[in-house]
Structure formats: structure tokens, C-alpha cells
Design a protein around this ligand. Structure first.
Ligand code: DON
Length: 306
């Protein structure tokens, strides 16, 4: 039986409003993110049959942050192919997204493309292949959601640039092991700009559809092959929520990727892509209302990838 997504989303929104997320807070290590009203909430489902369902602040743009890492990885894979896996591994890290510990132990090779170290290395590979790496991820996202206006927000970019010493440390550590091809400052700049891309929940749900739809995007053209799309979903399932990935698989059970701007994208393969956005983060840097909303969603439809 087809789920009634309109009433499921209305129910989720009501239940999220009634829950207390006071202990969860906006990211403040990037000061521009701390200024976003913390009770914003949006959820958008894009079905593979073309139907779209939305609730809340679905058209308000926000900073996509680490959600960009999925699209940067796809862009890099499209140009480097499987060579990329010589540079970045595919194992969950079990530590914070910005941790340096494993990077030192594992001689500058990042555990996966979704922790900061892995995403910076992917950005390095994009920098070697695209004339304008700063713009390439934004333009790719613009094509995927059919909005050519998608851009990085300069204020968010500068805010992270001024407080980006930990990411610089990660990049310099990789460079010291000879694992970064381009100059640290230019790679880190491209990485911060990629994280500062601004999109709405509706745009992100649309851009994510290809991962639910055997690699085919909203325009009907192939973004990735079906087997490559399955592999990205496997990486999101095992690495997309950082050291919260086990709890998330247990309580929600879908491939997903979070960002410290408060967004989470996810998919149920062959059914739909979903984006939920709400800025209050739990201790692992994942949106607390976002996780709660996705848990209600998979409970309501009685489905997960398990
Ligand atoms: O590099 C950073 O710290 C941020 N630009 C992105 C981190 C992030 O979104 C992690 N997500 N939960």
C-alpha cells in the first residue's frame, strides 16, 4: 500500500514541535551558523515517481556543510574513477568528524571520504582536475537540482576560514605524509567554499534523488551507474553519521549524510530521497530533531533498508 506522505510529514512536524531539544545547539565553531534561528524545521521527500512532499521551511536556504561531501565524492569519482580509492579508504572511523588521531596512526590516509580528512583529500583530487574547484561542486549541485544559482555563501565561508585551524591541521598532517597533491591553503579554501554552499531542503532532496533512483537524477539523465550509486549508499550507511552511525542504523536504518548546518539527506533505494533540516545538533554534530524526524518516518512507513 502506498504511504500517505502528506499526512506522515504533517504528523512528524507536529511531534517534533512537541519534543524538547533544548540540550541540542546550533554549531557555534563556525560563528555564522550559530546565528541561524534554531527552531527552523523542514522535511522534503522526493519520490522516484516524481512526486514531491514537503513540510515546514522547505524553501529556506541553509548551509549544507558536510552534506556537500557526498556530491564532491560523486564529482571526483566521475573524473578519477576507482583510482580515488587508492587515496581514501572506506571504513567507518568511530571518531569525531574532525579528529586527527587516526590520520596520524594511518600515515595520512583518511578512513573514509566523509570525515573531514577524507573530504579534504577528495577536494584535493577535484582541485587537480577542475580549473575552478571552488565552483565545480556548486555547479554540479545546481545541475542536479535544476537551479543554476546554487552558490557558496561568502559570509559562511569567511566565518569558517577564520576559525579553520583544525581543518588546516588535518590538511598539513596529510601534506607531511606526502598525501596531498596541491598546496594546503588552496585545497582548504576550496573545501571551506564547498561546505559553505547554500541550498534549501527541497533542492537537496531533489539533488539526492539519483541515489534512490539507480543513479538517475531528476532530469532523467544518468549521474552514476546503478552499481556506483549503490556503493555511495553503502558509504553513507557505514560512514555518513560519523560516530553516531551505529545508533542511526539501529533507530532509523537508511543510508544518510549529515552536516553541521543541521541538514541530513537520506534515501530508501528505489523509493525516495529525503532531506530534513533543523539546526540543533547532538554531541556528534548531527541534527537532533532531524534524526528524530527520520526515525518517525521509517517507523510510520514500516520500512528501512533492513
Ligand atoms: O569542516 C567542518 O568542520 C565543516 N565545514 C563541516 C563539518 C560537518 O558538517 C560535519 N557534519 N556533521
Amino acid at each position: 500500500m502506498r504511504a500517505d506522505y502528506t499526512s506522515i510529514l504533517a504528523d512528524i512536524s507536529e511531534r517534533i514541535k512537541q519534543r524538547d531539544f533544548q540540550t541540542a545547539r546550533n554549531a557555534d565553531y563556525i560563528p555564522a551558523l550559530a546565528a541561524v534561528p534554531c527552531d527552523r524545521f523542514a522535511m522534503v521527500i522526493r519520490h522516484v515517481n516524481g512526486a514531491e512532499f514537503a513540510i515546514g521551511d522547505a524553501d529556506i536556504p541553509f548551509s549544507i556543510q558536510s552534506v556537500s561531501k557526498v556530491f564532491a565524492l560523486v564529482l571526483a569519482l566521475r573524473s578519477c574513477g576507482d583510482d580515488l580509492w587508492q587515496a581514501v579508504r572506506r571504513e567507518p572511523s568511530g571518531s569525531a568528524f574532525n579528529s586527527l588521531i587516526l590520520l596520524e596512526q594511518e600515515e595520512g590516509i583518511p578512513r573514509n571520504p566523509f570525515i573531514n580528512a577524507g573530504a579534504i583529500r577528495v577536494c584535493d583530487m577535484i582541485s587537480s582536475r577542475f580549473a575552478n574547484p571552488d565552483r565545480s561542486v556548486a555547479e554540479f549541485l545546481g545541475r542536479l537540482c535544476k537551479n543554476p544559482e546554487i552558490r557558496a555563501d561568502n559570509e559562511v565561508y569567511l566565518s569558517e576560514d577564520q576559525h579553520g585551524n583544525r581543518n588546516r591541521a588535518i590538511a598539513y598532517l596529510m601534506k607531511s605524509f606526502g598525501k596531498l597533491d596541491n598546496p594546503v591553503e588552496s585545497v582548504v579554501r576550496a573545501y571551506f567554499k564547498q561546505c559553505a554552499i547554500t541550498m534549501s531542503a527541497r533542492e537537496l532532496a531533489r539533488a539526492t534523488l539519483f541515489l534512490a533512483n539507480q543513479g538517475v537524477g531528476i532530469e532523467g539523465s544518468e549521474v552514476l551507474s546503478p552499481s556506483e550509486a549503490r556503493r555511495i549508499n553503502a558509504l553513507m550507511l557505514t560512514c555518513g553519521m560519523y560516530d553516531g552511525v551505529g545508533d542511526f542504523a539501529f533507530s532509523v536504518g537508511i543510508p544518510a549524510k549529515s552536516g553541521v548546518g543541521g541538514a541530513i539527506i537520506g534515501v530508501i533505494p528505489n523509493e525516495f530521497s529525503v532531506c530534513v533540516w533543523s539546526p540543533r545538533l547532538d554531541s556528534r554534530g548531527n541534527s537532533a530533531p532531524g534524526i528524530a524526524a527520520l526515525e518517525i518516518l521509517t517507523d510510520a512507513i514500516g520500512r528501512s533498508v533492513f
